[in-house]
Design a protein around this ligand. Sequence first.
Ligand SMILES: [Zn+2]
Length: 362
Amino acid sequence: MKRLLIVFAFFANPAFSQQVTCQNIFIITTDGFRWQELFTGADSAIISNPDYVKDSAALAYMYGGKTPAERRMKLMPFLWNYIAAKGQVWGNRNYGNNVSVANPYHLSYPGYNELLTGFADPQMISNRKRNNPNSNLLAYLNSLPKYKNSVALFGSWKLFSYIVNGSVNKIPLNCGYQAMEEDSLSLTEQAVNYLEQTSENNGAPTRSDLLTFALATEYIKKNHPHIVYIGFGETDEFAHHGQYDNYLNQANQFDKFLAQLWSLIQQDDFYKNTTTLFITTDHGRGRRPAKWTTHGPFIGGSDETWMAQLGPNIPALGEVKQKIDYTTEQFAQTIAGYLGETFIAEHPIAEPVYSFFTKKKN
Ligand SMILES: [Zn+2]
């Protein structure tokens, strides 16, 4: 009954009936990247702490600045120059613009489960390798004739294959240090396979984001899937290791991935002007300078996230400063709505964020 009500509310909302849709969705995440760095740039207290940074002067030169606006522009120039001009950025808590995970655990698996299933299932507690019993948006879209065999997921973290239950949901997946296996591999794919085989980290749960990016973009160019998920992981890895320098460099690298991806999209007739980027993270981290490395249910700030989006159906609102409270669990139905679809599952699905659907057809 609850589900019927949600479906009814979805269609009954006038914003939906006239909304502009997109043809393709790329969902991009970078694991455990804090809203604090996204909106205010490098934290000077952490930069100057030798426990976390090898060369504070060099890092201050790269990412330092007098104002938050100056610092964040240095850290993520594509996001702040381009996405903030043509799209939207949500989650600056300094304005009460709050984006949070709904699950109480503030760990990765529960966060991605929530994002992809629209349901902050209290049973998804840990990062244990367990096939997710909840059906997810990617598998749902793949079940529709329009998107059949046109969905793909690339993840740096091995656990993505469990989170989307890859053994049951046969969508193309490539996660962790997994080789690309196809009949005809491009030179790039062969090179990535070789780098994976010979990497000293092969077998680690998280693959280098650069390799994930290379395989994902190669697949996109070859196969043109309508629905793509790319999950990057090294922001979280470096943070857990207490390496603020590498954490910031990886955020900067993530920004470059976004720029390259958008450039690829806009140069390809299949994707150009019909593709939306939906960018977010799976959890926050400690808000106190001494706790930034970690996250979890008892670390204050770990539920605090953010979201950015860019595409033909996204009005150019820039950095949104309105007081709101949205949760990651609302994003699955929101994304389905961008495609003009309604995500249906056996579990309750959180309502979409109606205020994201503000661009109406003329
Ligand atoms: Zn995580």
